[in-house]
Design a protein around this ligand. Structure first.
Ligand code: HEM
Length: 408
């Protein structure tokens, strides 16, 4: 499929390991492509050559264009990995793989659960959980692993509360979530994990039919009862929310802390401020700088589309690189500088258009509370290892660190 003749060897492989000189920077080749030919072809694992989008402006044009689809059942769809291509035909419709009007219908069912107002109302609960976990970390042995002490439990507790999933089951679903977001797990492992998670959440939704509460699983149970969603659609929706809701924010908490520890003058700004606007701005800049959704958003063209002087043909695969666009110097001058005081609000760490992150307000509040509390409460926080010793999760859909040993 789509193998270019002649100039084949000139088409760069997508995407090389991230950790080059700087573990926070996108792979340097992305900057080269953005400068030389910002919309160009790249080669992926199956030998096909989808288009790569690297500029901020082009990203918004592509992700905002209704002629660009997420329908992974179309031939030529540029899957991130073989296992996903093999499993695509098993999946029912989800938010991730449907266009309007199906996507619009599915997404509308969740919007009331995720409004900015609802998320802001969660702030006191997030603050309480954050304070308790910092207390526990300070009372425990040194060094501590920040991923286990704060990074994972805080977002996991919050998404459990929001959905109505028992937190006691977190080892079970975190294990399967890790498999599901790994770029190296096999098709069979992916299937087993998604079946296990789907069956688990179907049981939980079922229980809510009997005993409804104020949570998203109860809302989903009501939609199933009303015949608006099948149990398969509802449980898969819950799987997506559970996975997307803890893994991503967890990575931002630990990786963001590492980035700040490596930029002490920036960390000092956060440690010394009690201005919520400064904290909120810092969160946006860290989202931009780290852009943890780093494996390329996958799309396919439904018509010929002219963009940035190139013609993307009907049926061509498209990969949109969020890290490349968030480090586009035309949008963010000196993009390699972590500058908590810059206005980074136009970043695309949550993507753009109709599929942009549903949980972004929740993620923002979680990060504002954690970044706004941790360094003030533990001003001597420091790394208990060297940067070289840290295990970066290169192969995960969301970039992060496997562990972050800290002391104080
Ligand atoms: C979609 C990133 C947190 C739920 C997305 C997408 C990105 C993203 C880039 C777009 C995918 C695409 O268009 O190809 C992030 C980051 C997070 C985060 C960086 C944390 C810092 C969350 C949380 C939740 C969540 C906490 C759940 C409560 C979702 C859902 C979608 C999504 C359901 C699919 C939306 C759709 O296709 O309509 N996220 N996310 N995310 N995210 Fe997040």
């Amino acid at each position: 499929t789509g193998t270019a003749s002649g100039a084949a060897e000139e088409i760069p492989e997508f995407v090389p390991p991230r950790a080059a000189a700087c573990p926070f920077a996108p792979p340097p080749v992305l900057a080269e492509i953005r400068e030389e030919k910002p919309i160009s072809k790249v080669r992926i694992w199956d030998g096909s050559t989808p288009w790569l989008i690297t500029r901020h402006e082009d990203l918004r044009a592509v992700l905002g264009d209704p002629r660009v689809s997420v329908d992974d059942k179309r031939p030529g769809f540029p899957f991130p990995k073989k296992a996903m291509a093999e499993n695509a035909h098993h999946h029912p419709d989800t938010l991730f793989n449907t266009d309007a009007p199906v996507h619009t219908r599915l997404r509308r069912m969740l919007t009331s659960s995720f409004t900015a107002k609802r998320m802001a109302a969660l702030r006191p609960a997030i603050q309480k959980v954050t304070d308790e976990h910092i207390d526990a970390m300070l009372a425990g042995p040194k060094p501590a692993d920040l991923v286990q002490a704060l990074g994972l439990p805080i977002p996991t507790l919050m998404i459990c509360e929001l959905l109505g999933v028992p937190y006691e089951d977190h080892e079970f679903f975190q294990y399967h979530a890790t498999v599901a977001v790994s770029q190296t797990s096999s098709a069979e492992q992916d299937r087993e994990s998604s079946v296990a998670l789907g069956a688990y959440l179907a049981r939980q939704i079922h229980a809510k039919t009997e005993n409804p509460a104020e949570d998203t699983l109860s809302d989903l149970a009501a939609l199933v009862e009303a015949g608006e969603l099948t149990m398969g659609e509802a449980s898969l929706m819950a799987v997506i929310l559970l996975i997307a809701g803890h893994e991503t924010s967890a990575n931002m908490i630990a990786l963001g802390t590492l980035a700040l520890l490596e930029h002490p003058e920036q960390l000092a700004l956060l440690r010394e401020t009690d201005d919520p606007k400064v904290v909120a701005g810092a969160v946006e800049e860290l989202l931009r700088y780290l852009t943890i959704a780093h494996t390329g958003q996958r799309r396919i063209a439904l018509e010929d589309i002219e963009i940035g002087g190139e013609v993307i043909r009907d049926g061509d695969g498209i990969i949109v690189s969020l890290p490349a666009a968030n480090w586009d110097p035309e949008a963010f001058p000196e993009p390699d500088r972590l500058d908590l005081l810059r206005d980074a609000r136009q970043h695309n760490a949550f993507a753009f258009g109709v599929h942009q992150c549903l949980g972004q307000q929740l993620a923002r509040v979680e990060l504002q509370v954690v970044y706004g509390t941790l360094y003030r409460r533990v001003p001597t926080l420091r790394l208990a290892t060297t940067l070289e010793e840290i295990d970066f999760k290169e192969d995960a859909m969301a970039y992060g660190v496997a562990a972050l040993p800290v002391t104080w």
